[in-house]
Design a protein around this ligand. Structure first.
Ligand SMILES: Nc1nc2c(c(=O)[nH]1)N[C@H]1C(S)=C(S)[C@@H](COP(=O)(O)O)O[C@H]1N2
Ligand SMILES: [Mo]
Length: 367
């Protein structure tokens, strides 16, 4: 018996593979675009100045990215299952063209699995791999999308024919596809609560949920993990404003409290997929920067007390620091900031990834 002869299920079927392929095209396309948005919001090239509105734009795109990625897992597994007899076809290739086609499939399947597994590990805060997650996930995305485009070009005509023709072989493809889409839907339902608060109680599969954490908000990196428990509580703490300024400022916490206070409702939208809104009160960043005489086109680097770590500083471009909703927050949900949320003072700005909402601020440098 040939190897293929052993794969007997009738669901190894081209029509099912074509439908699943189309669903995967949409979900991978969405993940790719939202992933690029996330990458270029975190690492904007010099010419790119993201707007600070709509306030929840990043929250939406990153929610789509992570939840869409999770919903893709059942689709990809089902697709691999329907086509896997082909993957084991022997001899492995018949001609150079066939060898290239199979090499492409290898890149596509390997790359797609790599993206889903590393993404899943990342949102579980588990880094068992030796490389830096964001870099590997970002570059592999281009490989997958490149291979996907060639694959779609190769298969388009055949898939179209298969989908257009109504087969009458009595195979119940509809139930098979419905159960795959239902598992995808179930994954979405059990995770979407990590960003849509009313569904938080259903978010059984998410590591973080809105509403769970000090002052009703999850914590990504705690003060202990960041090594700032003493420096953040030191009464000699000052916010230092320096760089391209007309006058340097060293503001105490009392000083900041004495300035006009504003309250905004803004989310923390973590790149790891969870997001939650808080009510923040504090001083407008632009009020402090104007007082120091910072030029209107300056980039501002916000630095924390944290000694090391990738997220100890962030860049605030003029569109964000001039926004009236961008605050040096001193309180959250009606209480002074908890140590874990960035006491004595943290940055909170509209339409900005969570990684850039720097906690435990100590210095603002105008550049
Ligand atoms: N100094 C500092 N600020 C930081 C971080 C950090 O590691 N160090 N983590 C960021 C990340 S990844 C997120 S999602 C938000 C989370 O804020 P929260 O813990 O108050 O919810 O803080 C950001 N600010
Ligand atoms: Mo984050």
């Amino acid at each position: 018996m040939t190897l293929e002869g052993r794969f007997t299920s009738r669901f190894h079927d081209e029509r099912i593979a074509a439908w699943l392929g189309m669903a995967l095209g949409v979900s991978f396309g969405t993940a790719f675009i939202t992933g690029l948005i996330s990458h270029f919001m975190q690492h904007p090239p010099e010419w790119l100045h993201w707007p600070s509105r709509p306030v929840n734009f990043y929250r939406l795109t990153q929610g789509l990215h992570v939840i869409g990625g999770l919903a893709t897992i059942p689709l990809l597994l089902a697709k691999l299952w329907t086509v896997y007899p082909k993957l084991f076809r022997w001899p492995p290739f018949r001609s150079l063209a066939h060898a290239m086609e199979r090499g492409l499939i290898f890149l596509l399947v390997g790359g797609a699995l790599f993206q889903l597994v590393t993404g899943l590990l990342n949102i579980s805060y588990w880094y068992p791999f030796p490389f830096f997650f964001t870099v590997a996930h970002y570059w592999t995305a281009y490989i997958v999308v490149g291979a996907l485009i060639i694959h779609v070009a190769n298969e388009w005509a055949k898939a179209r024919r298969t989908v257009m023709r109504r087969p009458n072989d009595g195979l119940d493809r509809r139930s098979f596809l419905l159960s795959v889409f239902a598992s995808s839907g179930a994954v979405t339902l059990l995770t979407v609560g990590e960003t849509v608060s009313p569904l938080a109680r259903l978010a059984l599969l998410s590591p973080r949920r809105p509403g769970v954490g000090p002052q009703g908000l999850p914590v990504n990196r705690s003060a202990v993990a960041a090594g700032v428990t003493e420096s953040a509580r030191d009464p000699r703490w000052r916010l230092h404003v320096t760089g391209r300024v007309q006058r340097e400022l060293k503001l105490s916490l009392a000083h900041l409290h004495a300035m006009p206070q504003h309250t905004v409702r803004l989310p923390i939208a973590c790149v790891e997929g969870w997001s939650a809104s808080g009510t923040w009160t504090g001083v407008r960043l632009r009020d402090v920067l104007t007082r120091a005489g910072v030029p209107a086109d300056a980039q501002v680097r916000a630095e924390s007390l944290q000694a090391g770590g990738a997220y100890r500083t962030s860049q605030v471009d003029p569109r964000h620091w001039r926004d009236p909703d961008t605050l040096l927050a001193l309180s959250l949900n009606g209480e002074p900031l908890a140590l874990d949320h960035g006491f004595p003072c943290r940055l909170i700005a509209p339409n900005r990834p969570g990684v850039l909402q720097t906690k435990w601020l100590t210095t603002l440098v105008a550049e």
